[in-house]
Design a protein around this ligand. Structure first.
Ligand SMILES: NC(=O)C1=CN([C@@H]2O[C@H](COP(=O)(O)OP(=O)(O)OC[C@H]3O[C@@H](n4cnc5c(N)ncnc54)[C@H](O)[C@@H]3O)[C@@H](O)[C@H]2O)C=CC1
Ligand SMILES: O=C(O)[C@H]1O[C@H](OP(=O)(O)OP(=O)(O)OC[C@H]2O[C@@H](n3ccc(=O)[nH]c3=O)[C@H](O)[C@@H]2O)[C@H](O)[C@@H](O)[C@@H]1O
Length: 439
């Protein structure tokens, strides 16, 4: 089956490569020429485990191609997935949908035959009818264009597995039993046949499913971090508490890692976008819990800054701080709303000299935070530091022998904000080490 994917970032490039893996002929379209050039040579312009293998294989076979041309995309297929970015507006008030509407406006004039537009981008509930209205007005095929809502639940660092073996497929339609449903069932046949739950619903429920899922995940993380705040006052241990709670299968262990909290291109903006939309709909009271989840998350970043000042004194001028981690989580080079970089930049703004290390995200970090110092090697980053901060839990950091560092730093003091370092081992190596979620 032929299909296009409009918007080839973290989500779209992965979706395009995985649809090719499922046997389809795929044309990826993006307005960023550099991205298209890179993807066309079989290399993602970002790091995602397993993606380059698929890209290399399927671009070489010709089953997967990329273009910057809307016209070429419109001509190529009658199924178009749309996965362009929907970032938070700069003033923080909800989603910026301009990329989505630009992409649809670009594609519409070429839609001369009936086609299915399946939107994967995350949006506020109520966007689908606007998308359909725009396409019916601007596409020559008019009402022959059917809009489907197909939210995606992939996690960066596991994007390929999550796309090929998702927990569930959600397909939202404007009318029941539509042609669009037949087309999408064919597109996803390779996944549906493996028994993945496939939920067919209306537009609004499909749109809400995505915002609600991310709001729940964010709230779960903030719940355990709120408990961490209580642990810090009461002498209990948040990691131990999380472990105990997680044994209850109704709670589970996932999303229960107390620490610096959530960041990334999605959970923070989707939480806020959901709150904003609920307010517009007159349901602001329903999302009080989500506002609190956002506030708890912000306090985690401040807690690390406060701990650093407890250790180094209020005046950070002349202090040297090493930061392990720049990506918003391990396994990615994505630094969008990275908690690690937010803390690093705040400490720099307070006067400290900050050296950041990360196995994958340094190029992106350098562009966004040019005043911070960087070191590829985490041990080199820690040289002569007064304080070491562990802010993104790359597994390799937990493997570093603290003995190797002890003689090289100015003062063996550390804050483990992700709770994955072996505290006893660090203490035995002469370190004064603090962690979030403990007194
Ligand atoms: N990154 C993730 O793990 C997931 C993202 N999502 C959602 O998917 C959407 C995309 O997210 P990401 O891939 O992370 O963003 P991204 O920023 O990595 O990619 C967006 C892509 O869209 C392209 N684009 C922007 N305007 C365009 C236009 N007018 N025409 C063609 N291409 C255009 C950009 O050049 C970029 O390559 C967002 O709505 C996000 O919330 C949903 C699930 C997972
Ligand atoms: O809409 C999206 O883009 C995606 O957002 C999240 O995926 P992702 O942002 O890739 O990352 P997560 O693994 O959910 O982690 C998000 C943040 O929470 C933090 N986190 C996660 C788990 C935890 O226990 N504690 C914790 O602080 C991570 O460090 C990270 O900063 C969701 O998990 C995906 O289902 C969703 O598709």
């Amino acid at each position: 089956m032929k299909m296009t994917v409009v918007g080839c970032g973290y989500l779209g490039a992965t979706h395009a490569a995985c649809m090719a893996e499922l046997g389809h002929e795929v044309l990826g379209m993006d307005c960023d020429i550099d991205k298209v050039r890179s993807l066309s040579t079989g290399r993602a312009p970002f790091y995602e485990r397993g993606l380059n293998d698929l890209l290399a294989r399927h671009t070489a076979s010709g089953r997967l191609r990329f273009t910057t041309s809307y016209q070429e995309a419109a001509d190529f297929a009658d199924l178009h997935f749309v996965g362009v970015g929907t970032p938070q507006r700069p003033d923080g008030s909800g989603y910026d949908l301009s990329h989505l509407f630009d992409a649809l406006t670009g594609l519409a004039p070429g839609l001369t035959r009936p086609a299915v537009i399946a939107v994967k981008s995350t949006v506020p509930v109520g966007t689908a009818p606007r998308v359909a209205g725009l396409l019916h007005e601007h596409a020559p095929a008019g009402k022959g264009i059917e809009v489907a809502w197909n939210p995606d639940f992939l996690r960066e660092s596991r994007a390929v597995e999550d796309t090929l073996r998702p927990d569930r497929l959600v397909l939202g339609f404007g009318t029941p039993h539509s042609w669009a449903e037949t087309v999408l069932r064919e597109a996803f046949a390779g996944i549906i046949e493996t028994g993945v739950p496939t939920i067919v619903t209306d537009w609004a429920t499909a749109e809400l499913a995505k915002g609600a899922a991310n709001s729940f995940l964010a709230t779960k993380i903030s719940f355990i971090n709120a408990m961490a705040e209580i642990c810090e006052k009461s002498g209990a241990d948040a990691a131990g508490l999380a472990g105990i709670l997680g044994h209850d299968i109704r709670i589970g262990h996932q999303g229960m890692l107390p620490g610096l909290g959530f960041g990334g291109g999605c959970l923070p903006k989707d939480l806020r976008g959901f709150i904003d939309r609920a307010g517009e709909l007159g349901a602001g009271q329903a999302v009080g819990i989500l506002r609190e989840a956002d506030a708890v998350n912000a306090r985690r970043r401040q807690r690390v800054i406060d701990l650093a000042r407890e250790e180094l004194g209020d005046d950070l001028r002349g202090k040297r701080i090493a930061v392990w981690g720049a990506a918003f989580k391990p396994g990615t080079d994505d630094i969008r709303d990275s908690p690690a970089l937010a803390v690093a930049q705040s400490l720099y703004d307070l006067g400290a000299a900050v050296t950041v290390s990360d196995p994958r995200a340094l190029d992106n970090a350098r562009k966004l935070h040019p005043r911070l110092d960087y070191a590829e090697d985490p041990v080199a980053a820690a040289r002569n530091c007064d304080l070491l901060l562990h802010l993104t839990e790359w597994p390799q950091y937990a493997d570093i022998d603290p003995e190797r560092l002890t003689g090289r730093v100015s003062t063996p003091k550390a804050i483990d904000a992700r709770g994955t370092l072996d505290l006893v081992r660090w203490q035995d190596a002469g370190w004064h080490i603090r962690t979030l979620g403990r007194a």
